[in-house]
Unconditional design. Structure first.
Length: 412
């Protein structure tokens, strides 16, 4: 079954959340769509109203209370972080540089994986941007960089904020932790190189990486034990109950703090695009129809049964609006770290020449994966590293004026 997951799904705990689908109650929620509109429902997805924000694509939404929330839009080289203090009735731009990976702890303090303070590194053939961890203490208006070990190698890809002082992050596929708000960091020992993680609290957490499986800690990362043979992504978690998806597809459930998992099943065709659980019983799912119309489903029994509750039919009523649902994107390869092969997904909003090349850490070109004319759509290409040595590699896409580079780790 094919599935094109454009975003990493929302983490219900205090981790870095970046979802296009967000609820603060059973009835009130938001949906950020790539059609350059944001929507709000007050009746549990039955009807939706357009939010008057801007004409850029909404990439992430987060609320820290019933009234205070943040929404990020991007497109045409612009990045806008909006803030509301009245449950989305009005929105105000607070920053125009921050990327869509952000997490606010309260109305003043927050963290972001920074695009506004990325380090530009020149080498033989290309240019790469190394992401930094940024923090704000004034509600998102101003952001400062938190320094690490080496400005030439630090590359933060995920963070998880437990509280204002305790933070975990993934940097260069390794796990780091701070207990003093980023003044100092120490590297934690893990059984695998990490692609992603999620935590229930400061002691109980999970790490995963492709076909290396999912591991659990109950002592804040000092020791780890394997809990599932493949990578599970958290959709909801409390002290006992958890929901996860396998590769963003079939829904899994645990009722014993993630020690054992069982598959609830695949209820949707086409498959569900995103989930949001408010608690262990109540949640919503988005399914896109073949015409790319978002359809919303609700569960009240912990994911075993789902009921259709509404849709937004006017998003994609003709081919022109259908094409707007696409935007240029290059996804993180999966699995990562990988051995020996990995898959790379990318999206084209219009027809044109696209090239994807792979480089080593010194900038030497290794191979060309794609170099051809392609129509608009979502694509996937496989990279085989069986003849290469372990290490860090980069892949770069160029399609018209869109250029983006990402890092991957080959671990044999």
């Amino acid at each position: 079954m094919k599935k094109y997951l454009i975003i990493i799904l929302f983490f219900i705990s205090s981790g870095l959340s970046f979802s296009q689908f967000y609820f603060i109650s059973e009835n009130v929620g938001w949906f950020g769509n790539l059609s350059k509109q944001s929507y709000k429902t007050t009746d549990g997805c039955k009807t939706w109203s357009i939010q008057n924000i801007d004409e850029l694509s909404a990439t992430s939404i987060q609320f820290i209370s019933d009234s205070i929330g943040y929404l990020h839009t991007t497109g045409n080289g612009n990045k806008n972080l909006y803030k509301t203090t009245n449950q989305g009735t009005t929105w105000k731009v607070v920053n125009q540089k921050i990327g869509y990976l952000y997490q606010f702890i309260d109305k003043n303090n927050g963290y972001s994986i920074g695009s506004s303070d990325s380090i530009l590194v020149e080498n033989q053939t290309d240019t790469f941007y190394y992401q930094r961890l940024l923090n704000t203490t004034d509600g998102g208006y101003n952001w400062d960089s938190l320094s690490f070990i080496d400005a030439n190698i630090d590359h933060v890809i995920r963070i998880w904020v437990h509280n204002i002082n305790s933070i975990n992050l993934i940097m260069n596929a390794d796990l780091y932790k701070t207990s003093n708000a980023g003044q100092s960091w120490f590297k934690q020992t893990t059984p695998i190189k990490i692609a992603d993680f999620w935590y229930i609290d400061s002691l109980i957490g999970f790490i995963y990486a492709g076909n290396y499986g999912t591991y659990k800690t109950t002592d804040g990362g000092n020791t780890w034990s394997k809990k599932y043979y493949e990578a599970l992504r958290l959709e909801y978690g409390d002290s006992i109950n958890m929901f996860s998806t396998l590769y963003g597809r079939d829904l899994f459930k645990s009722s014993d703090q993630g020690n054992t998992w069982f598959e609830i099943g695949d209820m949707f065709y086409p498959e569900a695009y995103d989930y949001f659980f408010l608690n262990k019983d109540y949640g919503y799912a988005i399914q896109y129809s073949l015409e790319r119309i978002p359809k919303f489903y609700r569960t009240t029994d912990g994911g075993y049964t789902w009921t259709f509750v509404g849709s937004i039919p006017n998003i994609a009523t003709n081919q022109e609006e259908y094409n707007i649902l696409y935007q240029f994107s290059l996804e993180q390869n999966f699995p990562n770290p990988f051995n020996p092969s990995t898959k790379i997904k990318y999206t084209l909003p219009q027809q044109g020449l696209v090239t994807i090349k792979v480089y080593d850490v010194l900038g030497k070109e290794i191979t060309t994966l794609i170099n051809e004319e392609k129509p608009s759509g979502e694509y996937e290409v496989e990279f085989d590293g069986s003849k290469l040595s372990s290490g860090i590699y980069y892949y770069k896409i160029q399609a018209g004026e869109f250029v983006q580079t990402k890092k991957m780790v080959l671990m044999k």
